[in-house]
Design a protein around this ligand. Structure first.
Ligand code: PLP
Length: 359
């Protein structure tokens, strides 16, 4: 068996130790005689798995009792609709910052339910920066302010949170659990699991309790936060195996030393890659240095004709998933929590060699 270095944007690399543990437990979970996949979500065994995962998640992010933590289906995209359905009434206004492709999708979906005010946008510069909050055109009466804390495609990340009185909502799909975060600054945080948390199919929502219970009557029942909170995320069948794997990832993160420890590792990894880009005249980062993502690192070369060659050569060396998104071009290295530092070292070495040959 050969494991390769996986730079995919998501679904993405999972910690090897987690996969091994899942393998060990695959056929007979702790003497139950069955796989977690085959177990009733109402069984004592699964409820214990679910509770432990939630407890570990709360511990990692220091989530207080003022918040529900929900483990749902549907992906972040479903939350693009669930958020306005739960937090607004018809005719309400909401504020969104447009920092990239995922913000844009969230804005479009919210527009089906309320009046969306785009407070600022970096679309004109192909999403290479985050417009300074001082210039945001906030509404007087927005129900919430939405940001995407890390744009997976453009590679821009909020390193400082906006200071706002309005309830702050964040799509953290691609930087959840990658660094410490003061949850109390948010009304709601959400994300699909398939980057830093676990496999695709699981969606994690952290929502302030006092904001739940006013969903619009037409809200589909599984998307109603109050209903799901009352049912411990089991109003319908939850994504049980994803929840279990997420629990293994949380335990792995705790063993590693928690979010301060992973943040230090992530900064070191990103630092090495950006240094390789900045110290060359061959590679280029299209992103404003102040907001460069520690998770998704796009880079280009002087001649786009070389992109395919770079990616093919990388694949040959066991460096997978480096093709950039078509909207940005070039390459993109996604370096989530589970991507080991050795993967970045191998990539940097390959970049040097490729530059020597083609630069
Ligand atoms: C930042 C961000 N938001 C939302 C999504 C959409 O998530 P999903 O495919 O889980 O609906 C993604 C996708 O991968 C993402 O990177």
């Amino acid at each position: 068996m050969a494991r390769i270095f996986n730079f995919s944007a998501g679904p993405a690399a999972l910690p090897e130790a987690v996969l091994e543990r899942a393998r060990e437990e695959m056929l007979d979970y702790q003497g139950s005689g069955m796989s977690v996949m085959e177990m009733s979500h109402r069984s004592k065994t699964f409820v214990a798995i679910a509770e432990q995962a939630e407890a570990d998640f709360r511990e990692l992010l220091n989530v207080s009792d003022d918040y529900h933590v929900l483990f749902l289906q549907g992906g972040a995209t479903t939350q693009f609709a669930a958020i306005p359905l739960n937090l607004t009434a018809a005719g309400d206004t909401v504020d969104y910052v447009d920092t990239g492709s995922w913000s844009k999708k969230a804005i479009k979906e919210a527009g089906k339910y309320c009046s969306v005010n785009v407070v600022a946008s970096s679309a004109e510069t192909n999403y290479d920066r985050i417009p300074g909050p001082a210039r945001w055109q906030l509404s007087a009466d927005a129900r919430y302010l939405h940001i995407c804390s890390n744009e997976t495609i453009g590679g821009v990340q909020f390193h400082n949170l906006p200071d706002t009185e309005v309830p702050l909502v964040a799509d953290m799909s691609s930087d959840f659990l990658s660094r410490p975060m003061n949850v109390d600054q948010f009304a709601l945080i959400y994300g699909g699991a398939q980057k830093n948390i676990g496999p695709a199919g699981l969606t994690v929502v952290v929502v302030r309790k006092d904001l739940c219970g006013n969903a619009r009557p037409e809200t589909p029942t599984p998307l109603d936060y109050a209903v799901q909170a009352d049912a411990d995320s089991m109003s319908n069948t939850p994504p049980t195996y994803g929840w279990y794997l997420a629990g293994l990832v949380f335990a792995w993160l705790k063993d590693l030393g928690g979010l301060e420890a992973i943040d230090a590792i992530n900064r070191r990894k990103a630092g090495k890659l950006y240094a390789a880009i900045d110290n060359s005249n061959f590679y280029h980062s299209p992103v404003d240095p102040a907001v460069r993502s520690h998770m998704n690192v796009p880079f280009t070369m002087p001649d786009a004709e070389l992109d395919a060659k770079f990616v093919a050569g990388a694949e040959e060396r066991g460096l997978s998933g480096l093709k950039g998104h078509r909207s940005v071009g070039g390459m993109r290295a996604s370096i989530y929590n589970a991507v080991p530092e050795a993967a970045i070292d191998a990539l940097v070495e390959y970049m040097h060699e490729f530059e020597n040959e083609h630069g």
